[in-house]
Design a protein around this ligand. Structure first.
Ligand SMILES: [Zn+2]
Length: 386
């Protein structure tokens, strides 16, 4: 029996036509909640109220996109983390590997959503979870590197930054302290102001998301990736890759922030409600203003330094890589391979740890340790690469 392709297409379209990818607005929890409430609302008043609230919500989301449009003497950057890239990537991972290592990609795009994405204006900061955790310290270090190494035009007075506000990676005091420090101490003279803007979660689609989409499309074509270089080659097609320990370093912003900056609860505005943070460069300090709306300014700019502490006194120390793993495991490994020439232990230790501890290994700890070593052994190609 001869069946044409068109027959199948018709059949599939008729019976299995499931749509892939949902519209962005569906990802927003506020929108979803409103939709559900509207379904059950019977009273006209309630419906009217819900619809009005929804209209305001959408208007707010749109106001955010207005800020993405170009303004004179302003440089634009947007940044976000890609979802974890698993190593090794295999077609049947579960069967062979119980544990995987995450490779992290924090991408910064210079320019607005109208600019073309090229490796000239897209920068991907890459590190494994062994190098460092995906935390505010690492993100602040990477973004600080972008700002420090970026070649600003002398006409630029304002730097506008856009970031996804969900999770603790982008919206935290370490990030704010780093930006304030950069503005005061490291930025070119002509830059006077920073605006850090967080879109309404679920309504944002900032340039890094486009980059991640392109990278993920390429990853899908490849079924096996066993080394970081496998990912690097794919990411390099879309951006300038910056590898930790080679192109950029990890700095301890956290300790300095704790020392010099007030806790967010005692800031002069509600930290969590703020959608825009505006930083003004003054003679010896940076004043910060927080705004809950995108278009109206009602707040006051003020210092967030602790009494008797100044921003310029912040001097974050460079951190050694390999602190991504918990301290216990680190101590165990040091004990387990004190002077061994065994390849795994040696490579692992040389790369990550200093040989110092002399704690005894308890039997139950040995199990954890062996599991970790098994995990580490698969990382050898990555260690050697550095
Ligand atoms: Zn929404």
């Amino acid at each position: 029996m001869h069946v044409k392709l068109s027959y199948f297409r018709k059949y599939v379209n008729a019976y299995y036509n499931s749509a892939f990818g949902t519209p962005l607005t569906d990802c927003c929890s506020t929108c979803l909640r409103t939709k559900e409430q509207l379904k059950i609302a019977t009273s006209l008043d309630v419906r009217q109220k819900l619809l009005t609230e929804h209209r305001v919500h959408i208007a707010k989301a749109k106001a955010f996109f207005g800020l993405l449009k170009t303004k004179l003497n302003t440089s634009y950057f947007s940044f976000d983390c890609q979802k974890n890239l698993a190593l090794p990537r295999l077609p049947n991972q579960a069967a062979y590997f119980s544990q995987q290592i995450n490779y992290n990609n924090f991408t910064v795009v210079a320019g607005t959503s109208r600019d073309k994405l090229t490796p000239r204006n897209v920068f991907s900061y890459l590190w494994t979870e062994i190098d460092s955790r995906k935390d505010s310290n690492t993100i602040a270090s990477a973004l600080n590197h972008t700002l420090k190494s970026f070649d600003f035009d002398p006409s630029i007075e304002t730097v506008r930054l856009f970031a996804d506000g969900c999770g603790g990676q982008n919206k935290n005091t370490n990030m704010m302290a780093m930006l304030a420090y950069w503005l005061l101490e490291e930025s070119p003279k002509h830059i006077r102001q920073i605006e850090l803007i967080f879109p309404i979660v679920g309504h944002s689609f900032i340039p890094p998301d486009r980059v991640f989409g392109l990278i993920e499309k390429d990853i899908k074509k490849i079924s096996v990736i066993v080394e970081v270089s496998g990912y690097d080659d794919l990411i390099r097609k879309h951006s300038t890759i910056r590898k930790i320990g080679i192109d950029w370093d990890l700095f301890d912003w956290r300790t300095q922030t704790k020392r010099a900056i007030k806790l967010p609860s005692s800031w002069h505005f509600e930290f969590n409600k703020a959608k825009r943070f505006i930083f003004y460069k003054k003679e010896k300090n940076v004043l910060i203003q927080g705004e809950p709306n995108y278009c109206t300014d009602v707040g006051k700019a003020s210092s967030v330094c602790k009494k008797n502490f100044s921003l310029s006194s912040m001097a974050p120390k460079k951190l050694t890589l390999g602190k991504g793993l918990r301290g216990g495991i680190k101590a165990l490994l040091t004990t387990f391979f004190p002077n061994t020439t065994e390849k795994i232990g040696e490579v692992f230790l040389n790369y990550t740890f200093t040989k110092s501890s002399s704690k005894k290994v308890m039997p139950h700890q040995k199990k954890t340790l062996m599991r970790t070593v098994a995990k580490m052994s698969r990382m050898i190609p990555f260690f050697c690469e550095h």
